[in-house]
Design a protein around this ligand. Structure first.
Ligand code: HGY
Ligand code: MN
Ligand code: MN
Length: 420
């Protein structure tokens, strides 16, 4: 039986190995359906095979490792799904996503080493499209497993004009076989994901692990400001329709509306901005902005989006520009299953000796799709200063070990529950 320290060291080594697979030498960038994603998926597949799992890449590019239920042929029989994502944001941290996949593999290795036979199968899922950096919409991998994939996603194009469909074919996926990859609800016990908290709550409380209650309501929008390009030296300020000056007011409005929604954990972020034509001596004629809005409840997020739309119209009227807001992707609050929250809390108590706190996830996760298939549960592990989506993301070896042990105990709790 490995000690938690040994579990942590093994996990850290695998996290580091995966972090070395990047599109760029000086920062971690691994986008969906890229050669780096393929190399990372292949490495995960090797680890899954070494853990004795039956491994295959599904039509959506998800690397899947199955330990079948005892006495049954794979893939028949009920199975517990454990997963997370191996795609990253740009200049990413190394734990966000990969930790959940690696912890699942290490947990199954350890359960086998302890000679424990589970009453159900377990399938580890390494999703490739959670961050949604390459294409406008996201969660295509988990949506495929959950059987809720929107086929129109195949027509999305990335910044280079490459369609999702062509990228998937080049990757070795199969757009025509996606529907067949869905799991049937009756074949699935539940979905469990271990993830870094990506917030400061656990560290400030001095606790290594927590149980997630729900994943925040989330909306992604595309804003366009259309003004009038002109000569920077000859157009008087009074008659300008400067799209960037208007966009600056738009960003300030968004921040003001979000600040007013703190009690609903409302947050709003403009993460991308493209200024056209983009020359220092030309008054910007057009600006494209991304908008990400989240809240602890759907009404607060929907209300904030409506307030923003209203404010945009007023700015447009006053400045003589046209401001549009297109909805790209919306996900309602994804509530974790009470029975899984209880199993995880009992597992963490078994691991650390103390019942854990429960907390909301402001970050999105594949559970937002998997909740349409089955009950979802999430274990959070403390990360340094809550930093994430940043190369300074960090988890101690000891906390990694506790997290993997808690995942092992969660699996055993679920097995006890089902045996009961
Ligand atoms: O955006 C998110 O919350 C997640 O990291 N994709
Ligand atoms: Mn993540
Ligand atoms: Mn992330």
């Amino acid at each position: 039986m490995s000690t938690t320290r040994e579990l942590g060291e093994r996990t850290q080594g695998m996290v580091d190995a995966l972090a070395a697979i990047s599109a760029e030498p000086d920062r971690l960038v691994r986008l969906f359906l890229t050669p780096e994603h393929r190399r990372a998926a292949d490495l995960v597949g090797e680890w899954m095979r070494a853990a004795g799992l039956t491994v295959r890449m599904d039509a959506a590019g998800t690397m899947r490792g199955l330990r079948p239920a005892p006495g049954e042929d794979a893939p028949a029989g009920k199975k517990l799904l454990i997963g997370s994502h191996i795609d990253t944001v740009i200049d990413a941290g190394r734990y966000d996503g990969p930790l959940g996949v690696i912890a699942g593999i290490v947990a199954l290795e350890e359960i086998r080493a302890r000679g424990i036979v589970l009453p159900f199968g377990v399938e580890i899922l390494a999703f490739g499209d959670e961050e949604g950096v390459r294409f406008p919409k996201t969660l295509s991998s988990s949506s495929t497993v959950a059987g809720i994939l929107d086929p129109s996603m195949l027509d999305m194009v990335d910044a280079d004009g490459i369609s999702f469909r062509d990228a998937l074919l080049a990757f070795g996926g199969d757009p025509e076989a996606l529907a067949a990859e869905a799991c049937r609800p009756r074949d699935v016990v539940g979905y469990v994901e271990l993830h870094i908290e990506q917030g400061p709550v656990l560290e400030q409380a001095g606790e290594p692990l927590g149980v997630v209650t729900a994943i925040a309501s989330q909306g992604r929008y595309r804003l366009t400001v259309k003004g009038e390009a002109g000569h920077a030296g000859t157009v008087p300020m009074a008659i300008r329709h400067d799209a960037l000056a208007a966009a600056a007011e738009v960003v300030a409005l968004i921040e003001e509306i979000a600040r007013k929604g703190a009690r609903h954990s409302l947050v709003a972020t403009v993460g991308e901005m493209r200024v056209l034509p983009g020359a220092s001596n030309v008054i910007p004629g057009e600006v494209h902005l991304s908008l990400d809005v989240r809240a602890a409840d759907d009404d607060a997020r929907i209300g904030a989006a409506a307030d923003i739309r209203q404010g945009l119209a007023a700015i447009g009227a006053r400045r003589g520009v046209v401001v549009t807001m297109e909805t790209v992707h919306e996900k309602p609050v994804a509530t974790c299953a009470p029975w899984l929250r209880e199993a995880i809390a009992a597992a963490i108590a078994e691991t650390t000796g103390a019942r854990p706190r429960e907390l909301m996830s402001g970050a999105g996760h594949d559970g937002q799709a998997m909740v349409k298939l089955t009950g979802i549960g999430m274990i959070f592990v403390r990360c340094h200063a809550g930093i994430s989506h940043n190369p300074l993301e960090f988890v101690t070896i000891d906390d990694l070990g506790l997290a993997v042990e808690a995942l092992i105990q969660t699996i055993l709790e679920i097995a006890r529950e089902r045996a009961g």
